[in-house]
Ligand binder design. Structure first.
Ligand code: FAD
Length: 317
């Protein structure tokens, strides 16, 4: 019987979706090992977060009240001390910007193996088989690890845990060595255009190279306005400087899971699909019926975007 410890993620006072997904992944693992699922909430409004995270499948929630925003040193020290206290078999950490910042330090400090960006987990006795994707999702690899390990899980691969739980919520008194923190968080400054987080949007209107030139982008923005949606894009649009980097969906952009994803003039390259395949409903508008995006679309409009998009805007207005 071995326990699982999963660390949650938050930013600017909001829990990230991956915090609810890591519960599902953690429960899955704990069911296999026959142990308990322990969740940790580090920094921020921990009591409020713990209440929200008390969902079905969680056995215990440990809160570490230290600072507001993510700090590498605090997360590394608190996670390491929780590991020493709880002795779990596996430590799950989100494969997020924050998670990737401290997970290797935790693994290194505890002398544990680490496997990152994992999309599936299975155990057989002491062996953990972690699945990862390579070459933009074209191939999957399986990695066998013996004994305790640190695993970072990709967001939007597991469904979010639901229901109400009855986990014990306890404050964990981590002994944070201030001299060993290395950095201090003084504030939070968004980069230009950073007001929008496409990974949190319910409806995304996404534009690709089919738009031809920057001057045509407003027709996409008008459709987004009519739908009360957010504009995102494929990589060439960002590479051309037509939209800021924080709008890019895909392997080297953001992973998104909206209710509706409208792909306009986007071919559906594997690197793009890696970032949006978790969308509930996919609508594709493309002149090429054989474009790969058409294969994964729930609704495919095989037509010229310059005709379809203004017509849709008018209809929704
Ligand atoms: C390491 C690496 C990482 C990458 N990361 C990303 C990433 O994060 N995100 C990403 O998006 N890409 C990424 N790419 C690039 C990716 O391989 C593709 O080149 C890119 O996704 C293509 O963008 P697109 O679909 O907009 O353009 P294209 O592939 O050029 O597709 C344009 C589409 O528009 C259609 N079209 C043209 N005119 C019209 C019209 N008038 N009406 C309707 N449809 C029309 C065409 O039929 C075509 O299907 C990455 C590549 C590499 C090598």
């Amino acid at each position: 019987m071995s326990d699982v410890l999963a660390i949650t993620d938050h930013r600017r006072g909001e829990l990230r979706d991956v915090s609810y997904e890591i519960i599902t992944a953690g429960r899955e693992l704990a069911d296999e090992t026959g142990g308990d699922l322990h969740l940790a909430v580090i920094s921020g409004t921990v009591d409020d977060f713990a209440e929200k995270l008390d969902r079905e499948g969680v056995d215990a929630i440990h809160t570490v009240s230290d600072g507001e925003e993510f700090n590498h040193g605090v997360y590394t020290q608190a996670t390491t001390q929780l590991y020493d206290e709880l002795a779990p078999q596996y430590v799950l950490i989100p494969n997020s910007v924050n998670g990737l910042d401290y997970a290797p330090a935790v693994a290194n400090g505890l002398d544990l193996p680490i496997v990152t960006d994992v999309v599936g987990v299975e155990t057989d006795g002491e062996t953990l088989t972690a699945t990862r994707e390579m070459y933009g999702g074209k191939v999957e690899t399986t990695n066998d690890l013996e004994g305790p390990a640190v695993v970072t899980i990709r967001s939007a691969e597991w469904p979010q845990a639901e229901g109400t739980g009855d986990a014990s919520i306890e404050s964990f008194d981590a002994d944070i060595d201030e001299d060993d923190l290395g950095s201090t968080v003084n504030g939070f400054e968004e980069v230009a255009g950073g007001d929008v987080d496409i990974s949190e949007a319910d409806v995304l209107v996404s534009v690709g190279r089919g738009i031809e030139e920057e001057d045509n982008i407003p027709i996409i923005e008008e459709l987004a306005d009519a739908l009360d949606a957010t504009v995102s894009s494929s990589r060439p649009i960002v590479d051309n400087g037509w939209l800021p980097k924080n709008r890019q969906v895909g392997q080297s952009g953001k992973v998104v899971t909206p209710d509706v994803y409208i792909a306009i003039g986007i071919s559906g390259a594997v690197q793009h699909v890696a970032g949006m395949k978790g969308s509930d409903t996919i609508v594709a508008i493309n002149t090429d019926p054989n474009a790969p995006i058409m294969d994964i679309a729930d609704y495919a409009i095989h037509d010229d975007l310059f005709d379809v998009v203004p017509a849709l805007t008018e209809e929704f207005q």
